[in-house]
Design a protein around this ligand. Structure first.
Ligand SMILES: [Zn+2]
Length: 330
């Protein structure tokens, strides 16, 4: 990830949090959105009495195994497009998803560095209900940055999604919606972040899903990005669908993880936006405060020692619980 237009401490959304004076711009390029779009926050929210559609126990992924996947991905080194590490990451995904229903979505995108080959991986785990919940992340790292291994951005979600695949695979005749796990390519800018130089894999896949009709079967698109930080605090994102963010908050509360969610309000540009633009309900689970003043973000200090297995667990469990709560609502 990604790009943030505005950061400020959220007060109204978090009962008991006092004071709301801090207001800080964290824009990379200097531009800023004037409006915080408060109207979007007043949309109907799901009932707090939501119950999962099935009686299975709450989700609980294997934190140590998720962390081990993250470690292995980091050890491939930088994983930008056309790098040896990217190839290793592709092979790693193929190997660990062998035997699953996997679609390799290979394509070429026009970029400031010319046409570049990319590939999204989509692993499909059927459920009992008609409809798809997408859990996604990106697996590329900063373009041509050989000093950057991207432990949090985004080996964290690459490894977490692999552990979620193991978790789903182990469930026979799973209740609820079909779950598609998506490892997106080309999230990072090739030259400088802009609408046309970012989220290449997501833009390609959203267009494809719009054309082939998949988009209208998607009940929710949940994105994970930068979710391994030991000091985990997932932002509430104004560019996500408000009621789906509420549902994420409910899922976190049901699992006892609410203290790690929504202390800050942000407007995040990330892989979810191309899907939001074609009418898919989206939520970006992102902690865009990585070290003091986000100092580790896109820096050579984005290394494994900053991450915690517990953070992977919290986000993985909350994504799965959100998917489980969905049928009660939409
Ligand atoms: Zn990034």
């Amino acid at each position: 990830m990604a790009h943030v237009t505005r950061v400020f401490i959220l007060c109204l959304m978090v009962p008991g949090l006092l004071g709301c004076a801090r207001n800080q711009s964290s824009t990379k390029s200097g531009e800023e959105t004037a409006s915080a779009r408060p109207a979007a926050m007043t949309e109907t929210t799901p009932s707090s009495e939501a119950l999962p559609a099935d009686s299975t126990p709450p989700p609980h992924i294997d934190a140590a195994k998720a962390m081990d996947y993250v470690r292995q991905v980091v050890n491939f080194g930088p994983r930008y497009i056309n790098s040896p590490g990217h190839k290793k990451a592709e092979q790693f995904l193929r190997a660990h998803l062998k035997g699953d229903d996997v679609e390799e979505d290979a394509f070429t995108m026009s970029t400031p560095a010319g046409n570049l080959p990319m590939v999204n991986f989509i692993a499909k785990f059927p459920g009992s209900q008609n409809g798809i919940v997408v859990l996604a992340g990106h697996y590329d790292t900063l373009y041509k940055r050989d000093d950057f291994v991207g432990a949090n951005d985004a080996a964290s979600d690459t490894g977490l999604l692999l552990e979620i695949a193991d978790y789903l695979r182990a469930q026979k005749k799973r209740q609820g919606y079909t779950i598609w796990l998506v490892w997106l390519d080309g999230e990072e800018a090739i030259k400088q972040w802009s609408d046309t130089d970012s989220v290449y894999g997501a833009r390609h896949l959203a267009e494809k899903w719009q054309k082939d009709g998949t988009a209208k079967n998607i009940k929710a698109f949940l994105l994970a990005d930068m979710i391994g930080d030991k000091d985990l605090d997932i932002d509430r994102d104004q560019n996500s669908t408000p009621w789906l963010e509420d549902l994420v908050g409910q899922a976190a509360t049901r699992l006892g993880y609410q203290s790690h969610f929504f202390q800050r309000l942000n407007a995040v540009e990330d892989d979810h936006l191309p899907f939001a633009r074609i009418g898919v309900r989206v939520a970006d689970l992102i902690d865009f405060s990585y070290g003091y003043n986000n100092v580790f973000w896109h820096s050579p200090q984005d290394t494994l020692d900053k991450l915690s297995p517990q953070s992977l667990q919290i986000v993985g469990d909350v994504m799965l619980e959100t998917a489980r709560l969905l049928p009660a609502h939409k």
